[in-house]
Ligand binder design. Structure first.
Ligand code: HEC
Length: 148
């Protein structure tokens, strides 16, 4: 390696890589969480209809679940999904639920029912709907209040 190439390499290591790492870090810090008002009240109301139609049979009206279906509320919900993203929740719901006929809901129905679950778990509503787009939902982290 010539001296000038070596210098270029050193420059890359010393300056470019740390910049890239800093950019990634700030993207993560700027990333949205479930506390940022990521669904609307109206969407949650639509999601409630989906829930009543497709989910209450097993998860019950109070979301506490029957002996087989897990609760979808309070600690059972937050601890299960803590550290994950709404994208994880979307894919699991889409592919495994309703357990007796999985993969039958549209993306919109899944997004709406997730909005309803967020409302029931007391995450705040906002003025933009949750998109029916798994990749976009990957950018919304499920964290405790205050980002913990
Ligand atoms: C026929 C019964 C049944 C119906 C209907 C049903 N579920 Fe479930 N659900 C289950 C069972 C059983 C589990 C626990 C086992 C599992 O994770 O597969 C579960 C688990 C879940 C989980 C947690 C999965 C995990 O990995 O922790 C979510 C979220 C969920 N259901 C959402 C829904 C939603 C939303 C609907 C309505 C669209 C729905 N379920 C309809 C039976 C059902």
């Amino acid at each position: 390696m010539t001296r000038s190439r070596l210098n270029t390499c050193l420059l890359a290591i010393l300056f470019v890589l740390p910049l890239a790492a800093a950019a990634a870090l700030s993207a993560r810090q700027e990333g949205r969480t479930v506390w940022d008002g990521v669904y609307t009240e109206e969407q949650a109301a639509r999601g409630e209809l989906v829930y009543q139609d497709q989910c209450t049979f097993c998860h019950l009206d109070d979301l506490m679940g029957d002996a087989f279906a897990t609760p979808l509320i309070a600690d059972a919900f937050t601890l299960r999904w803590d550290g994950g993203t709404l994208g994880d929740l979307m894919i699991v719901t889409q592919v495994t639920m309703p357990a007796d006929q999985p993969n039958t809901l549209t993306g919109e129905q899944v997004a709406d029912v997730i909005a309803f679950l967020l409302q029931m778990n007391e995450y705040p509503a906002g003025d933009q709907e949750l998109p029916a787009d798994q990749e976009a939902l990957e950018a919304i982290a499920i964290v405790g209040e205050g980002g913990q």
